[in-house]
Design a protein around this ligand. Structure first.
Ligand code: PHE
Ligand code: FE
Length: 294
């Protein structure tokens, strides 16, 4: 799940898909009529076909094979919690294990949901996971987050106590950002950490972002390609930086540790938002003098 879902009205499900930006002319997939007012719905696990389970297994195996040397240890350790890769997990079973580990839950949603609804769920330590799985012709690339991206990309690190707390803090911060009209700045932080974050480790650069970890080709690209720029984590710089949703990232931001990420995001963001609002926006591939290039 990413939080590019956007709506102007109060974030209450009214049976129609939220308006999203940047995703093209096709409306979001998913049956919003089946969702509750907070946008959660049933997983409808029985509706997955044998072909769905098989596609999930192939996606899982392709990604799992790539993790050594590219994913951070915290992710590799946690990915086993997803259980038997031969079937799409039942969210309620996974949720029970997650609640034991970090007091988080997994809830099903029809697809992308509005920002406010998304923030509200995270603030309650509920992670929204899309019910539907991509089709076989989307094996290599899917535009919107599906159940594979949401589960494989996001759920493992929710078993990590530090990262679990970061995600809740992000949700609470999102509710505040909505009141301050700063959602776009906060969405960029999500994008460049939760979705596309890289981390320094003693063994070298590794990925912790869900968008990278669930991607067939960007995982290796983000960690090893000489093409993109990799910059040291810089909170307000990130808040100013636009991102691409339809290609590999031109810039990745690298944290030294989850503790650094949590410490850097602990202060009240209100003064940062005011600062960023009057600073020029930066293109995805921009370079600025204060960048720490790695
Ligand atoms: N400290 C942020 C605020 O005051 C909240 C936040 C924490 C946002 C962690 C993102 C991540 O808004
Ligand atoms: Fe996501």
């Amino acid at each position: 799940m990413n939080n590019t879902g956007r709506t102007d009205a109060k974030a209450v499900n009214q049976g129609v898909a939220p308006v999203t930006y940047g995703t093209g002319d096709r409306p979001p997939r998913g049956d919003y009529a089946s969702a509750r007012s907070d946008f959660t719905c049933d997983q409808f696990w029985e509706r997955y076909t044998a072909q769905d389970h098989d596609l999930y297994r192939r996606l899982y195996e392709r990604q799992a094979a790539q993790l050594p040397g590219l994913a951070c240890d915290e992710f590799i350790e946690a990915v086993q919690h997803l259980g038997d890769p031969r079937r799409i997990p039942r969210f309620d079973e996974l949720s029970a294990a997650l609640t034991k580990a970090t007091r988080w839950q997994i809830v099903a949603v029809p697809g992308l949901i509005p920002e406010e609804a998304f923030f509200a769920l995270l603030a309650q330590r509920k992670f929204p996971v899309t019910g539907w799985l991509r089709s076989p012709d989307e094996f290599d690339y899917v535009v919107e987050p599906d159940v594979f991206h949401d589960l494989f990309g996001h759920v493992p690190l929710l078993f990590n106590p530090l990262f679990a707390d970061y995600m809740q803090a992000y949700g609470a911060g999102g509710l505040k950002a909505s009141r301050l009209q700063a959602c776009e700045y906060l969405a960029r932080l999500y994008w460049y950490t939760v979705e596309f974050g890289l981390i320094h480790t003693p063994a070298g650069l590794r990925a912790y972002g869900a968008g990278i970890l669930s991607s067939a080709a960007e995982l290796r690209y983000s960690v090893t390609s000489p093409e993109p720029q990799r910059l040291g984590f810089d909170l307000t710089r990130i808040m100013r930086t636009r991102y691409k949703i339809d290609s590999y990232q031109a810039s990745y931001f690298v944290i030294d540790s989850f503790r650094q990420l949590i410490a850097a995001t602990a202060p009240d963001f209100a003064p940062y938002y005011r600062q960023v609002a009057v600073a020029p926006e930066l293109a995805p591939d921009a370079r600025v003098a204060t960048d720490r290039k790695l």
